[in-house]
Design a protein around this ligand. Structure first.
Ligand code: B1M
Length: 212
């Protein structure tokens, strides 16, 4: 199993879309859970790409190729993630903050939340505080998810929560924040109800927040 996952990871690092798809299909055929292919293969590959970018070994086009390879694999894996009916009806609104175009982590969280039976509304990326807050009001969401991937954009999470308070909506919705630069301490600081380091613990955290 480790060998197949290492091949998936390597294909993402090299930014090879077709090769990534082929390796992912092999992993699935070998009986590896799709969620494991995502966390231990694809995601680990993208983290290496991030390190290489930071070290100046990779450039923006390399990062884009890797992201494309990852997205193709996610499209393939999404229908294979088992659906649970148990929490049907609980509505969640989610998006990536203003100024931030990173969508992959958020999309994986959405996939896992849907597979756990949540009704998820995706606001996309580069979402303003006003759009988040309006969606919570209009969709009567029980949960709001705010994703941010850069140290330069995580402050936007606080702006969204502050605006929720200003509009008198904060008590109506549970707020979870996530993204690689965050921590539990950050979640407390911005006034969120919870933080999750990855998509699977995100589902657990949301259920815990709702008492499910
Ligand atoms: Co960008 N990028 N990027 N990038 N990119 C990072 C984030 C960076 C850390 C790379 C680096 O330098 N090491 C760095 C940010 C540095 C900082 O913090 N200041 C960076 C930069 C600098 C940039 C640009 C500025 C580059 C440039 O233009 N010069 C630019 C910014 C554009 C913008 O947003 N305005 C940019 C662009 C891009 C691409 C478009 C090429 C592409 C994104 C494609 C896309 O998303 N559609 C990209 C990518 C791929 C990355 C890295 C390599 C990978 C991100 C990713 O998808 N990870 C990234 C390096 C890194 O993160 N170490 C990097 C895989 C994903 C599964 O993990 O997103 O962490 P993650 O999500 C996890 C958890 O965090 C958690 O669960 C997810 C699944 O397990 N989680 C949640 C996430 N959201 C959650 C929400 C929750 C709960 C859990 O509840 C609501």
């Amino acid at each position: 199993m480790e060998k197949v996952l290492a091949q998936v990871k390597e294909a993402v690092i090299e930014g090879k879309r077709e090769e990534t798809l082929r390796r992912v299909a092999e992993a699935v055929e070998a009986g590896i859970e799709p969620s494991l292919v995502i966390s231990k293969g694809l995601t680990e590959g993208l983290y290496v790409v991030g390190d290489k970018f930071e070290e100046g070994e990779y450039f923006l086009p390399d990062m884009m190729l890797a992201a494309e390879a990852m997205n193709g694999a996610i499209d393939y894996l999404a229908p294979l993630i088992k659906k649970s009916e148990q929490d049907g009806g609980v509505r969640m609104v989610i998006g990536t903050v203003k100024g931030d175009l990173h969508s992959i982590g958020k999309d994986i969280v959405i996939m896992m939340m849907k597979s756990a039976g949540f009704d998820v509304i995706d606001l996309g990326v580069d979402v303003s505080s006003a759009t988040f807050v309006e969606a919570v009001r209009e969709k009567e969401a029980a949960v709001l998810g705010i994703s941010a991937l850069m140290t330069t954009t995580i402050q936007e999470q606080k702006k969204v929560i502050d605006l929720l308070k200003e509009k008198g909506l904060r008590e109506r919705v549970k707020v979870i924040v996530g993204g690689a630069p965050l921590s539990e301490e950050w979640a407390v600081k911005v006034g969120a109800d919870g933080y999750a380091p990855d998509a699977i613990s995100g589902v657990k955290k949301v259920k815990e927040m709702l008492g499910l």
